[in-house]
Design a protein around this ligand. Structure first.
Ligand code: PLP
Length: 472
């Protein structure tokens, strides 16, 4: 592709992008294709001859677009959001154009230094103490893995890194039974083992019971295990429950155990002074993550990972083969040593673009509105006697179910499952589900970048009508 052809296609593509964002509500929110439908339309062999970009775009529109689920549609209420925004997309275009590989300071000093500064901005915005230093990781799963590995090395005086997993006794990690599956994945792959993840019971609000945690650690010590790390969650995936950081932190301090906090989605709410209560006890935290790529309008992937003592992290992950030696070593941040991959994208640019474009006040206003919409939705649901709220509404997630009089619990589960599928198959809205105390639960998240109260009201009207139709 010549520079002129590139310019022409890029201009056309920008028009396509603007048109897509303008018309996004016309697409079915969840893709309506069946398994294999896209695969079979793509030729079995790669083409031998060069093909024009225009042909690719035609196929993209006809073959690929029907198989896309539109996460940026404001009627997307499923999972947790993976938001983007125009300023973030523009920055991603620059990142893709530069295609710098930012493993060391020297391989793009601006990327390293902007990352350092953005992590300071974010740290201060979410109210973490100023001794924390930050690094961008690709995902919360990776950041939690990095935290648990660093805790493992701290507990074993860096012996597992040298001698292997079996060398230091049996390590134990603790999280609530509501913690995200990324914790289990991390203990599986870092050599601690799934059976050494102790799931602590929760209280009625689904937050970790610190007494249960203390008991579990005490029992483990008596059996000769090595308590290593507690993962507390601020905003669990099922119901956005918030583990009590202060009392969990006190248990960690008494037992000399690492405290990692996973605030993947809910961490964004910490930019609101009125949500600082979620990290009351922050002085006990050793490492902390949240995902601007979830609720802070920044394209996937972008996890902000903060650590109290970065030297431990660097000692855990640092490597220095001859071909990576630079003259600036030790004077700058070589972020390859702050996590798992060597190669790194220039992710700080999109954060810079988003924060500057909205301004802190603009970000706060959007996040406050999303929280308000969830509480309004809760009010709408509470007005209907045959619907039930199943968990406290803490931030932007409402857990509920349809509960007409008569059916037993099994039948209610199947009615709600059917309702969920029916809603999503319509293409009008997209919700996902969880179980709460064994009950099939619809989860509606009011956190998409462009969601308004009107979208929430219309979605609720549709759910309400559909439930009654299906119920009869
Ligand atoms: N932690 C929590 C609480 C989550 O809800 C999620 C995903 O929804 C994750 C971790 C994993 O996030 P990621 O996709 O960034 O690994």
């Amino acid at each position: 592709m010549t520079p002129d052809e590139f310019r022409k296609h890029a201009h056309e593509l920008v028009d396509w992008m603007a048109g897509y964002l303008e018309n996004i509500e016309k697409y079915p929110v969840r893709s309506q294709v069946t398994p294999g439908e896209i695969f079979k339309q793509i030729p079995d062999k790669a083409p031998s001859d060069p093909q024009p970009f225009g042909q690719l775009m035609k196929d993209f529109d006809e073959i690929i677009m029907p198989g896309i689920t539109h996460w940026q549609n404001p009627n997307f209420f499923a999972y947790f959001p993976a938001n983007s925004s125009p300023p973030s997309i523009l920055a991603e275009m620059i990142t893709a154009t530069l295609s710098a590989q930012c493993m060391n300071w020297e391989t793009s000093p601006a990327a390293a230094e902007l990352e350092e500064k953005m992590m300071i901005w974010l740290r201060d915005l979410i109210g973490l103490p100023d001794y924390f230093e930050g690094v961008i990781q690709d995902s919360a799963s990776t950041a939690t893995l990095a935290a648990i590995i660093t805790a493992r090395e701290k507990t074993t005086d860096f012996s597992v890194n040298n001698n292997g997993a079996g060398s230091a006794g049996t390590l134990r990690v603790y999280s609530s039974e509501q913690a995200h599956s990324s914790v289990e994945k991390a203990v599986k792959i870092c050599g601690i083992g799934k059976n050494n993840l102790v799931k602590i019971p929760v209280k009625d609000d689904f937050s970790m019971d610190p007494t249960g945690l203390e008991d579990a650690i005490e029992k483990d010590r008596k059996k000769g295990y090595l308590p290593c790390c507690v993962v507390a969650t601020v905003g669990t995936t099922g119901t956005t429950a918030v583990d009590p950081i202060r009392s969990v932190g006190e248990v960690c301090r008494r037992n000399n155990v690492w405290l990692h906090v996973d605030a993947a989605m809910a961490g964004t709410a910490l930019i609101l002074p009125e949500y600082q209560w979620m990290i009351d006890g922050k002085e006990y935290i050793d490492s902390f993550l949240f995902n601007p790529h979830k609720w802070m309008f920044t394209n996937f992937d972008c996890t902000a990972f903060f650590i109290k003592d970065p030297d431990r992290l660097i000692r855990t992950f640092g490597i220095l083969p001859e071909y990576l030696k630079t003259r600036t070593r030790g004077k700058v941040n070589d972020y390859r040593d702050w996590g798992i991959p060597l190669g790194r994208r220039f992710r700080a640019l999109k954060l810079w673009s988003v924060i500057r474009s909205y301004g802190v006040d603009g970000l706060r206003e959007k996040v406050r509105n999303h929280i308000l919409f969830a509480s309004r939705l809760r009010g709408m649901i509470l007005k209907e006697p045959d619907f039930e709220i199943l968990a406290p509404v803490v931030i932007n997630v409402v857990c509920f179910r349809y509960k007409p009089a008569g059916p037993d619990e099994n039948k209610l589960n199947s009615i709600n499952e059917k309702l969920n599928h029916f809603l999503n198959d319509s293409g009008r809205i997209y919700l996902s589900h969880t179980t709460v105390n064994g009950k099939y639960t619809l989860r509606m998240v009011t956190g998409q970048t462009n969601v308004t109260l009107n979208h929430v009201e219309k979605a609720w009207e549709f759910i309400n009508e559909t439930a009654r139709k299906l119920g009869n």
